[in-house]
Design a protein around this ligand. Structure first.
Ligand SMILES: [Zn+2]
Length: 123
């Protein structure tokens, strides 16, 4: 994922805030400003291009942008991600105060909640 604001001044890119090219996501702003929704949308495009490396990019020639089935799928992915418990907990309208790694760790049981962990500490 690259933050390249100058790229988005070019005529073709001006209308986008994010752009995916196979395994690369280009963003106008850092992810914490761009928002989880845009990052999710672009990650969906990366996943689409992993599975349809030619058909997906060429679909824009056939369907255009707004009604492109891959665009619609990426928008649905963003909407679906908003209903996930972890996403709902993360206050998506605000920049996250913690990264995803911390968020995952926070959901794991504490060592004193695990029987095996407690037993290991007693040795
Ligand atoms: Zn898109």
């Amino acid at each position: 994922m690259l933050v390249v604001p100058l790229l988005f001044r070019l005529p073709w890119f001006r209308r986008f805030d994010g752009y995916s090219a196979w395994q690369t996501i280009l963003l106008r702003e850092p992810p914490e400003h761009a928002g989880d929704g845009l990052v999710c949308h672009e990650l969906c495009h990366v996943w689409q291009m992993q599975h349809r490396p030619l058909r997906m990019p060429l679909s824009y020639l056939r369907f255009g942008y707004e009604r492109n089935p891959y665009e619609l799928e990426a928008r649905r992915a963003v909407e679906a991600s908003r209903t996930l418990p972890a996403a709902a907990d993360a206050h998506l309208d605000e920049p996250p105060g913690r990264d995803a790694g911390e968020h995952v760790v926070a959901r794991l049981p504490r060592p004193d909640e695990e029987d095996e962990g407690a037993a290991a500490h007693e040795r």
